[in-house]
Ligand binder design. Structure first.
Ligand code: GA4
Length: 325
C-alpha cells in the first residue's frame, strides 16, 4: 500500500464517531475445554452471530511466526507486492475490495485453501511462509469442524457432522485471507471521524474464524444496529456466523455485520479462514430445524450465492434476494 499523507476523502469512507471508542465486555466467550461449550455456542449465535473462543489448543508460536512472515511480505516494496496481484479474486489486493468499487484502508492476500497459490511472493522466505500457511489452514479447518460439531450438538440435531462435513469435503470452497491495515497516523482520531479499513458486511460462508494481532479496530453490529468494538486478543479466535449458516438454521442464527476501522498508531494484521461449502451444495434450512415451519429462504446452491456476492457491494444485504416474502 502506498501510504498517502492524508487519505483522500473521495475514495475512502469515514464514519462519524461522536463517542470515544470503548471496548465491549459483552462479547460471548466460549471455552472449548468446558462441557457447556455447545449450548454457549448456540446462545452466542442466536444473540450475536459472533463469539470468542479460548482454550482451543492451537499453539501461539506458529501463529506468531506466520504473522511475522505476513508483516514481512507487506513491508516489501509496492512493485514486489504487485507481482502477486491484482486480487482476481485471489492474490494481492490493495485498497480495492471486490469488483464493484469498494475501497478500504487495507492491503491483503486472498488465498484458496485447497490448492497452493501460484503467484509469486518474492523477497520472502517463500518456503517458510508457504509451510506456515499450509499448517495454519489445516489447523483452522480442524478447529472449524470441532466448533461446527459442537454447534450441531447444541442444536440437538443429527448427524453431528451435518455442518462440518461441508468443510471437510475435499470440494469445500473455503478461502483464506490475510488483511494488513497500516497505521494511519494522520488520522484525526479525536476529531470524531474514523477511517474505514474494511467496510461493513456479512460473510457469505458458513462460519469464519478470525485471529488478529493485538491491535483494535474490529467492530460488530448488534441487533439494534449499534456498533461495538471487540477487544483485540491475539491468543484467541473470533467466530462470525455467515449468511449460509443463517439460511441452514432458517434464520435462528443471524450472520453478523462487522467492519474494521483503521488505527492511528498500530498496524493491524488479521487472518481469516472462511468456511465455504462445495460449490454444488444446496443451501437450505435443515429439515431437523424446521419443525413444521416454512422456509424463510428460496433454495440456492453455494455456486449461485457466491456468484451473486461478486455482483454486489460490500454493505449489501445479499440474502435479501433469497428471502421468501
Ligand atoms: C466478504 C468475506 C470475504 O472476505 C470474501 C469477500 C469478497 C472479496 O473480498 O472478494 C467480497 C465480500 C466478501 C462480499 C461481497 C463481495 C465479495 C468483496 C465484495 C464486495 C472473500 C467473501 O467471500 O465475500
Amino acid at each position: 500500500m502506498v501510504l498517502l499523507s492524508k487519505p483522500s476523502s473521495e475514495q475512502y469512507t469515514y464514519v462519524r464517531n461522536n463517542m470515544p471508542i470503548t471496548f465491549s465486555s459483552s462479547i460471548p466467550l466460549v471455552d472449548l475445554s468446558k462441557p457447556d461449550a455447545n449450548s454457549l455456542i448456540v446462545k452466542a449465535c442466536e444473540d450475536f452471530g459472533f463469539f470468542k473462543v479460548i482454550n482451543h489448543g492451537i499453539p501461539l508460536e506458529p501463529m506468531s511466526q506466520l504473522e511475522s512472515q505476513a508483516f514481512k511480505f507487506f513491508s516489501l516494496p509496492q512493485s514486489e507486492k504487485d507481482k502477486a496481484g491484482p486480487a482476481n479474486p485471489f492474490g494481492y489486493g490493495n485498497k480495492r475490495i471486490g469488483l464493484n468499487g469498494d475501497v478500504g484502508w487495507i492491503e491483503y492476500l486472498l488465498l484458496t485453501t485447497n490448492q497452493e497459490h501460484n503467484f509469486s511472493l518474492h523477497g520472502n522466505d517463500i518456503n517458510k511462509f508457504r509451510c506456515l500457511l499450509k499448517d495454519y489452514k489445516s489447523a483452522m479447518r480442524k478447529m472449524a469442524c470441532e466448533i461446527l460439531d459442537l454447534m450441531a450438538e447444541g442444536l440437538k440435531i443429527q448427524p453431528k457432522n451435518v455442518f462440518s462435513k461441508l468443510v471437510m469435503d475435499k470440494e469445500s470452497d473455503s478461502v483464506f485471507r490475510v488483511n494488513h491495515y497500516p497505521a494511519c497516523p494522520e488520522l484525526a482520531i479525536n476529531s470524531g471521524e474514523n477511517l474505514i479499513g474494511f467496510g461493513e458486511h456479512t460473510d457469505p460462508q458458513i462460519i469464519s474464524i478470525l485471529r488478529s494481532n493485538n491491535t483494535s479496530g474490529f467492530q460488530i453490529s448488534l441487533r439494534d444496529g449499534s456498533w461495538i468494538s471487540v477487544p483485540p486478543d491475539h491468543s484467541s479466535f473470533f467466530i462470525n456466523v455467515g449468511d449460509s449458516l443463517q439460511v441452514m438454521t432458517n434464520g435462528r442464527f443471524k450472520s453478523v455485520r462487522h467492519r474494521v476501522l483503521a488505527n492511528g498508531i498500530d498496524p493491524r494484521l488479521s487472518m481469516i479462514y472462511f468456511c465455504g461449502p462445495p460449490l454444488s451444495e444446496k443451501i437450505a434450512p435443515l429439515p431437523s430445524l424446521m419443525k413444521g415451519k416454512e422456509s424463510l429462504y428460496k433454495e440456492f446452491t453455494w455456486f449461485e450465492y457466491k456468484n451473486s456476492t461478486y455482483g454486489s457491494r460490500l454493505a449489501d444485504n445479499r440474502l435479501g434476494n433469497y428471502e421468501r416474502i
